[in-house]
Ligand binder design. Structure first.
Ligand SMILES: *Cc1c(COP(=O)(O)O)cnc(C)c1O
Length: 370
């Protein structure tokens, strides 16, 4: 059996363990310490932005907090891209609010500005103005931010940017993670940068960050006894795990270069496959970190059978997101679109994309597609 090729495998260097050791040596092993502040500074410097970073214990927690900060409450409506991971929308349910799903457009596979406008107008006609819009940069590909942000301004509905897997991607030279009113990153094991498990909220100002920090640390008042006037959450990142993140941030430029190189390998080999389209940047405005390389089949082939073939050859592949409005527990919520996202699910596949993938690996993968 040939060596296993994983879909996404984290790459750990010597830097990570040095920062983790620092946490142990200084005995700062809870949710305060130099690694947390250092990691937040690293991200702020990297996205070269005046935004404030709040490190949390998962991307999902960050989305939950972001919705709370945007004022989402029970029975409110929140618009969300249907073509995404369930964690983009689950926190809407945590708050007792209702998701309204919107289709993708075919260039970036992210939220369709056309159907977003349609959805907002229809909800307003039904006398419920949505509280927020969740836009995802799926697979690292930036969404159509100019159009989406102008709709957000026009109707005065804030955007929560799910940039969970889009660290290092840019729209019009601006980093993903800085494009929404609030933005979210994930540092799960399979993301661009990992802390084993973790996330971050990216805020416009220090007041929002401080409010987020307060809610993420059980809403403790500044008293010398346990005093609370409202309930909070246990969502802060651990200083030990932040050390992994600091080590990873030393190599972020190298990781993005490698990811884009792998996309180049795929592009060169797959250009001769006339029945396969590799998901690519449709213009210079989009700069993807190519977190995952995705393909679409033009013909109707049996994807399940193909996945089994990959499995026999010890290669991990995965289908594209099954749209959320087609998931059992979301079925009864409204959807605006013509099911382009369902077509993506039916015809698409994610190919292995770890940053240490070699050109030979890419040949081995494409051989099976042949
Ligand atoms: C990974 C991911 C999340 C959730 O992040 P966690 O850190 O795993 O909680 C949310 N949205 C998208 C698009 C993701 O890829």
């Amino acid at each position: 059996m040939q060596q296993k090729i994983y879909l996404l495998k984290p790459q750990i260097s010597k830097f990570e363990i040095e920062f983790v050791n620092e946490a142990f040596n200084s005995n700062w092993i809870t949710t305060e310490g130099t690694n947390i502040n250092g990691f937040e500074d690293d991200i702020q410097k990297y996205i070269s932005s005046k935004k404030e970073i709040l490190a949390l214990n998962s991307g999902t927690a960050a989305i939950h907090l972001a919705l709370i900060l945007l004022g989402v409450k029970k029975n409110d409506e929140v618009i969300c891209q249907s073509f995404t991971f369930c964690a983009s929308a689950n926190p809407i349910l945590y708050l007792g609010a209702n998701p309204i799903f919107v289709d993708s457009e075919k260039e970036t596979w992210n939220m369709s500005p056309f159907f977003l406008r349609k959805a907002i107008k229809d909800r307003i006609k039904k006398k419920i103005k949505p509280k927020a819009i969740i836009v995802v940069n799926s697979y690292g590909m930036p969404a159509k931010w100019d159009e989406l942000n102008s709709i957000s301004k026009e109707f005065e509905i804030p955007i929560l940017e799910d940039a969970a897997a889009a660290l290092g991607s840019k729209y019009d030279n601006k980093f993903c993670g800085t494009l929404g009113d609030l933005s979210v990153l994930s540092f799960n094991g399979n993301k661009i940068v990992t802390t084993s498990s973790g996330g971050a909220l990216i805020c416009k100002n220090i007041e929002t960050k401080n409010r987020g920090l307060y809610l993420a640390t059980q809403a403790k008042e500044k008293e010398n006894y346990y005093s609370h006037t409202e309930y909070g959450y246990n969502y802060r990142m651990s200083n030990v795990l932040a050390g992994i993140g600091r080590g990873q941030m030393k190599r972020i430029d190298e990781i993005i270069i490698k990811k884009r190189l792998i996309n180049d390998f795929y592009k060169k080999i797959l250009k001769d496959f006339t029945d396969i389209d590799l998901h690519s940047e449709s213009s210079k405005v989009f700069f993807s970190n190519f977190w995952l390389n995705c393909i679409l089949f033009k013909d109707n082939r049996d994807i399940q059978e193909l996945i089994l073939k990959f499995k026999k050859n010890n290669i991990d592949v995965r289908r594209l997101w099954k749209p959320l409005h087609k998931q059992k527990y979301f079925e009864d919520y409204p959807f605006y679109g013509d099911n382009l996202c369902l077509d993506l699910f039916n015809r698409g596949l994610c190919l292995p994309s770890s940053s240490n993938l070699t050109k030979l690996d890419v040949f081995r993968i494409c051989d099976i597609l042949l």
